[in-house]
Design a binder for this molecule. Structure first.
Ligand SMILES: Nc1ncnc2c1ncn2[C@@H]1O[C@H](COP(=O)(O)OP(=O)(O)OP(=O)(O)O)[C@@H](O)[C@H]1O
Ligand SMILES: [Mg+2]
Length: 278
């Protein structure tokens, strides 16, 4: 598998802290994967994301993004261009007073020709469904719309990887669905690698791969089915399984013959139907 991110024996300590925020992380993320990162508060999710695009550099070990060592100062600019990051608060990410100026910010800094900037801004705004708002003021947009503009700003750098750190956690359900749908579309249509740090189990269920962190270490790493089937470890990590899994688990606890690995409402309905027929 062609890899885009590699962690080799990575530990990270904040300041003079004696407990590592991450300890001895070894993992790779392949190009085109959609990876959800889960874990209780303080488990190290944001630290993991920030190490991927040089917001932080490892205390021990190495992180390689698109084959480049993140600890090498000379790579920072190119790594940030290839791996864009979206954060939790939509209000902290938009700087300009007009939507399209905000999206143009990165390509302008790349020193691209005017026509190329125009093309990228238009394409990026269309990709997130915000083209019609190009001359609006970000302040007047909804949270979900602001996050979509922030994503357009990242897309304008033509990155290979999108890292979202709880990018939907301040949004209403509609905004959350829209932003999640865009991430999936970019992944499916452009083969963009997506790393989605989240507290929402529904977002994890639709990922290709789920990584669960606990106290700075990788507790689980696998497909959503594999990960959520590990009931005890999920509980140990302080996570609440997706609702359909909870229902299936509760029925199994009552002695009903429900298969393991139920994740979606559809799977849960099918399992209950099979039970009723039997
Ligand atoms: N700037 C900082 N200075 C000192 N310690 C920090 C700093 N940022 C995070 N930490 C500590 O590092 C550990 C990991 O934090 P991190 O922010 O990566 O966790 P997280 O999983 O993203 O949590 P949350 O779900 O609350 O966003 C925690 O113990 C946290 O208190
Ligand atoms: Mg965090």
């Amino acid at each position: 598998m062609d890899e885009i991110i590699r962690f080799d024996g990575v530990s990270f300590f904040y300041g003079k802290s004696e407990t590592p925020a991450l300890k001895n992380i070894n993992m790779t993320i392949g190009r085109g994967e959609f990876v959800a990162v889960l874990g209780h508060n303080g488990s190290g999710k944001s630290t993991l994301g920030k190490l991927m695009n040089c917001v932080l550099t490892p205390t021990e070990g190495k992180v390689y993004t698109a084959g480049m060592d993140t600890s090498d100062e000379a790579n920072v600019y190119e790594i940030r261009r290839r791996a864009g990051m979206i954060f939790q608060n939509p209000d902290n990410q938009l700087v300009a007073t007009v939507v399209e100026d905000d999206v143009a910010f990165a390509p302008e800094n790349l020193g691209l020709p005017r026509e190329e900037i125009r093309r990228r801004v238009d394409e990026s705004l269309k990709a997130v469904g915000m083209y019609d708002y190009r001359d609006h003021t970000p302040a007047n947009l909804s949270g979900g719309q602001k996050q979509r503009v922030a994503i357009a700003g990242v897309l304008a750098m033509e990155p290979e990887c999108l890292i979202m750190d709880e990018a939907t956690s301040m949004l209403d359900p509609v905004g959350r669905r829209e932003v999640t749908a865009i991430a999936h579309r970019l992944n499916e249509e452009r083969g963009m690698t997506v790393i989605c740090i989240t507290h929402h189990m529904s977002e994890a269920v639709s990922a290709d791969r789920v990584i669960v962190l606990k106290s700075g270490e990788i507790l689980l790493d696998g497909t959503p089915k594999e990960v959520f089937a590990q009931r005890e470890r999920i509980e140990e990590s302080g996570l609440i399984p997706p609702q359909p899994s909870q229902l299936a688990n509760a029925l199994r606890d009552e002695g009903f013959d429900i298969p393991a690995g139920v994740l979606t409402a559809e799977e849960c309905i099918d399992a209950v139907k099979a039970l009723l027929k039997g």
